[in-house]
Design a protein around this ligand. Structure first.
Ligand code: GLC
Length: 524
């Protein structure tokens, strides 16, 4: 019997931007609760909510100042409990974001830690003496620009931070830290959350002697400064797997909970996060559809590499977008985004959708005076465009809020919104809905085998099958028309990027227009 996180579909909610019920221009838990009927209609199985904990919001919630409470901006623990109850009553699972690599610099633990060298919590964070010339202890860099260390003047030592200086890294070698963090996870598990998406899992533990990272010989100036070094001593350390195993063991004490890990690493390293004997993460996020160029042969090779690298019994997953990456409709264009939807929802493995991608939302246009994201301010790669408010309707405020929202509403909200697209058979939203409905109905698409068929030029084709049915998926990742010969196979188009082709009988050689993609139910 498959677990829900294997057969199901995960939908990421960026809470600041989903729905604002309190009327302050920032989304909240009551807003998410008000949209559960929509999510049920769409047919997803689980929502992952980006951080809603108390936070000074230096990194919009990824700087947590209390792991066991809810930020008043979003509501209260009682609101969270109500949301969880309501979601569960509708058969929806709720996954929380957990941010263990760093706390906020305003977390009471850090305030204590920095208060003196002999404070009992000093060793909860990574402190080190300056070098002889006063420089930081080593050459590590912050992902968000500048050195990965900040000097605390009053105690004369540097603390380590992989991200902002307002996000000091915890010392996961300290058993007290582990204990405190597992207690926080337990707090939410006991309330009934269905799992965690663990933030920057591969960063958790650092080289014990803080060795310098080597220079990246392939660095080019169009990359961010962080990429000028290879983070071989500051990330992906062997000891991280012990922590992942401990987190997993905690979840295993509960029924059917899922551990998802955010891991940006090459496939061969990524799959190690499943752990020895798969006692690690259930789903180390697979970001290849985000990181690779949109070329049929590259994507086919990546699917093959991933399928081939998966440990026996490990369950795959695919992600098309998230709050850190430009939206799919902006990366590949609106038409190709429909092809991408068909790919995501027919591949073998749990799909994760990013809110708004189902309506084809594009990256917003943000004026400099509206900028929010610290990464954008520091290294110029702003993530604000992909975080603009969900477009629910053509009303002012796009049905997201009745006041000025924290980020501007997309310029196309009048046409690109849930209300308009629900009524349009050919919309991106209805394409998503038909695909999701098909996937839910067909075990071959949820759990069946993946058999590569062809990848050449713009075309990518594969088969998904189980004992009950066989589906042929044909995708045109380019703009030009082609013929795709299918030999002796024949069948009927069940879902197509262009809905006019649905119910078409196909055999022999299929004409495939530019930007076409379809799922064909093959005859027995
Ligand atoms: C993860 C989050 C990102 C955040 C960073 C630091 O990559 O997805 O939004 O800024 O970690 O917590």
């Amino acid at each position: 019997m498959a677990e829900w996180w294997q057969s199901g579909i995960v939908y990421q909610v960026y809470p600041r931007s989903f729905a604002d019920v309190s009327g302050d221009g920032i989304g909240d838990l009551a807003g998410i609760a008000s949209k559960l009927p929509y999510l049920e209609w769409l047919g997803v199985d689980a929502i992952w909510i980006s951080p809603v904990y108390p936070s000074p919001m230096a990194d919009h919630g990824y700087d947590v100042s209390n792991y066991v409470d809810i930020h008043p901006l979003f509501g209260s623990v009682a609101d969270f409990d109500a949301l969880l109850r309501d979601a569960h009553a509708r058969g929806l699972k709720v996954i929380l974001d957990f941010v263990p690599n760093h706390t906020s610099s305003e977390h009471p633990w850090f305030l204590e830690s920095r208060s003196s060298r002999d404070n009992p919590k000093r060793d909860w964070y990574l402190w080190a003496d300056p070098r002889a010339d006063g420089a930081p202890p080593n050459n590590w860099l912050s992902v968000f620009g500048g050195p990965g260390w900040t000097l605390d003047e009053s105690t004369g030592q540097y603390y380590c931070h992989a991200f902002l200086k307002e996000q000091p890294d915890l010392n996961w070698r300290n058993p007290e830290v582990r204990h405190a963090m597992y207690a926080a996870m337990k707090f939410w598990l006991d309330r009934g959350v269905d799992g965690f998406r663990v933030d920057v899992l591969w960063h958790l533990i650092k080289d014990a002697t803080f060795r310098d990272n080597p220079k990246n010989p392939d660095y080019s100036p169009d990359q961010t400064p962080y990429n000028s070094l290879l983070p071989v001593y500051s990330t992906d350390q062997p000891e991280v797997h012990e922590i992942v195993r401990e987190m997993r063991a905690l979840l295993d004490r509960y029924e059917s909970r899922v551990l998802i890990g955010e891991v940006y690493l090459p496939v061969q390293r990524l799959v190690t996060y499943y752990g020895v004997d798969q006692r690690g993460a259930h789903l180390p996020f697979n970001f290849q559809l985000i990181t690779l160029p949109w070329h049929a042969e590259r994507i086919a090779a990546a699917i093959g590499e991933y399928e081939g690298a998966l440990p026996v019994g490990a369950w795959p997953n695919w992600v098309l977008g998230n709050h850190d990456q430009p939206r799919i409709a902006s990366r590949v264009g609106r038409e190709q985004a429909r092809v991408a939807a068909i790919l995501l929802l027919t591949l073998r493995g749990t799909p994760t959708l990013y809110y708004g991608d189902e309506i084809g939302m594009r990256d917003g246009v943000i004026r400099p005076d509206e900028a929010e994201d610290p990464q954008g301010k520091n290294v110029g790669l702003s993530r604000d465009p992909q975080r603009t408010p969900m477009q629910w309707s053509a009303e002012p405020g796009a049905g997201f809020s009745t006041v000025k929202p924290w980020l501007p509403i997309g310029l196309d909200a009048e046409r690109c919104n849930v209300e308009v697209e629900r009524q349009d058979e050919r919309s991106s939203l209805n394409l998503y809905r038909r695909l999701i409905e098909l996937r839910r109905r067909e075990s071959a698409l949820q759990l069946g085998e993946y058999i590569p068929l062809a990848a050449s030029g713009d075309l990518l084709a594969f088969i998904r099958q189980d004992a009950s049915r066989r589906f042929l998926v044909v995708l045109n990742l380019g703009h030009h028309s082609h013929h795709f010969p299918i030999g002796d196979l024949r069948g009927e188009v069940v879902v197509a990027a262009d809905s006019f082709r649905e119910r078409e009988r196909v055999s022999g050689s299929i004409p495939v227009f530019g930007e076409d993609a379809f799922v064909i139910a093959l005859d027995h």
